[in-house]
Design a binder for this molecule. Structure first.
Ligand code: NAP
Length: 505
């Protein structure tokens, strides 16, 4: 694409998970921009590099949970384990030479839009020695930080006088065998970890304030013949992906509106399945404990064919409460029972509020994004751009995740939108683009309105929701509506910055 002031545009991409990888590939493919990637850890993969707890898998089928331009005929199972998804992302990163474009073990500590230069100034430091290691100016900034990155470590657990492990910072050097392990939390992570931990532990105490809805999972291994067919007839693999996509879109239709006839029927069916599974496992007494009292889908539905069965085993105790107190290695439950354990596992999810973690992003007039987004509803324009932050593209930030389908598709739609904005900028010889405040206000207002009546506001608490009870983590509808909203930018909704004479840095 055309150069800017006689030079090529420069772009920084923070993060090398699905978001960063997708953005970097498309920047190069579509705009000829050779991006600089920054990665806090020592390898690519983002969430699929970080989360190595036992049982870590993806509950969205891999033929759907992958990049549409990098289909993979070798997926071994319908739902892949962490290691296979991580290997896939490493392969893609290698194929597109992203390793050589990435500064690893490098944390961006400060990003600031410099109005004079019309560029982003980034400052970074090495994550090992915490020394400031560099800074640089970039025309474009993509943030692929991942909303589920900063572990939520509730302060009350600090009193525990033994090893404490958060699932996203799994300590594989610890010996878990024959230990008494307490697992706090019952979200999608705990649902995957408990069946594996139970196999090695002498006893697992599962503290559940709020049980999750558990749906049986249709896990299977792909036969070699099918992999062969996918390899040589890739259009069949694409058709299969479309089928999976449509199947998952139907989940939105099924439970998106919990008061609908269909949603109520499905919830009644799911209640029976939970009861049947626990009876079959010989623990009908757990039925009232493990049947949620909030609508199906309000929190993420966890898919597992192992979890309820694991909770029914003799070496697992389900405690339907949080922890009321901790004395040395003894956890007190709300009924006053004491449980002495050796290891405390926190499957307590993530601190999503603010969405940018400890990264300070300053826009025009030195507005700190984290401060704006922590205080009020995190407003964006079409989930990708933000008023006050020119040439800034947020991936899988506020209002962009899903509770029913693959977020990888969301990421691709967001990246395509950003690329269209950038093409417009280059074509019109602009220095920068930023959404108008009025457009952002209207978008955010409609977004909130459209959540009314949906299951996500159905009376539970989840990471999708901020303290004010607004849904800030999710897109409001099916992927199709996301695609439609972002299919083509309306440039009347943007402030266009003309180029200023170049400032020599
Ligand atoms: P989560 O869904 O936010 O669940 C956190 C759990 O910790 C909840 O059960 C919560 O209880 C409990 N908790 C938090 N603070 C607590 C405290 N102080 N005392 C007692 N309990 C406490 O977190 P997650 O399970 O890690 O899942 C987060 C998200 O990651 C999922 O929604 C999903 O998007 C993603 N994920 C995806 C997959 C996949 O297969 N694709 C797998 C794992 C995770 P309350 O509910 O009572 O607050």
């Amino acid at each position: 694409m055309a150069p800017r002031n006689g030079r090529k545009l420069t772009a920084a991409v923070i993060g090398t998970g699905f978001s960063g990888i997708c953005a970097a590939i498309k920047l190069e493919k579509e705009l000829g921009i050779n991006p600089q990637l920054f990665e806090i850890s020592e390898d690519v993969g983002g969430t699929w590099h970080a989360n190595t707890y036992p049982g870590a898998e993806c509950d969205i089928p891999s033929h759907l949970y992958s990049l549409s331009f990098e289909l993979n005929d070798t997926w071994t199972k319908h739902y892949s384990a962490q290691a296979e998804i991580y290997a896939y992302l490493r392969r893609v990163a290698k194929k597109y030479n992203l390793y050589e474009k990435t500064k690893f073990e490098t944390e961006i500590v400060h990003a600031e839009w410099k109005e004079q230069q019309q560029q982003w100034l980034l400052q970074w430091r090495n994550t090992k020695n915490h020394q400031e290691t560099g800074s640089g100016y970039y025309d474009i900034l993509f943030a692929g930080l991942g909303p589920l990155r900063v572990p939520n470590i509730p302060s009350e657990f600090a009193k525990f006088q033994g090893p404490i492990v958060h699932t996203t910072q799994w300590d594989s050097t610890l010996d878990y065998s024959n230990k008494r392990i307490a697992v706090i939390g019952s979200g999608a992570t705990a649902v995957q970890a408990i069946p594996e931990l139970r196999k090695v532990a002498s006893h697992v105490y599962s503290f559940q304030r709020t049980p999750a809805w558990i749906s049986p999972r249709d896990q299977f291994t792909y036969p070699s013949l099918l992999k062969f067919v996918f390899r040589w007839l890739p259009f069949l693999m694409r058709l299969y992906r479309i089928f999976l996509y449509l199947q998952h879109e139907m989940y939105y239709v099924s439970f998106g509106y919990h008061n609908s006839f269909l949603a109520r029927r499905i919830q009644a069916g799911m209640t029976k399945i939970v009861a049947w599974r626990l009876k079959r496992a010989g623990r009908p007494d757990l039925i009232p404990v493990l049947t949620p009292d909030y609508p199906l889908g309000c929190k993420r539905i966890a898919k597992s064919e192992l979890y309820l069965e694991a909770l029914a085993k003799p070496n697992v105790t389900v405690i339907k409460s949080g922890v009321s107190d901790i004395k040395e290695r003894t956890l007190m439950d709300k009924d006053g029972n004491a449980h002495e354990v050796d290891i405390l596992v926190l499957a307590t999810g993530f601190d999503v509020q603010g969405f940018t973690g400890n990264l300070d992003i300053y826009g025009r007039n030195r507005m700190l994004l984290d401060q704006k987004w922590r205080k009020d509803f995190p407003k964006t324009y079409k989930t990708v751009t933000v008023h006050g932050y020119p040439n800034f593209f947020m991936l899988l930030g506020p209002s962009a995740a899903l509770g029913h389908n693959s977020v990888v598709t969301q990421i691709e739609i967001q990246v395509d939108y950003a690329i269209k904005c950038l093409k417009h900028m280059v074509r019109n010889n602009l220095a920068a683009l930023e959404p108008k405040e009025s457009a952002q206000e209207l978008f955010s207002k409609n977004l909130q309105k459209d959540f009314n009546g949906t299951v996500w506001k159905g009376g539970c608490r989840s990471w999708y929701m901020n303290d004010a009870g607004e849904i800030y983590g999710l897109w409001k509808g099916p992927i199709m509506s996301f695609y439609w909203a972002l299919r083509s930018p309306n440039f009347n909704d943007f402030i266009e910055y003309k180029k200023m004479p170049r400032v020599h840095l």
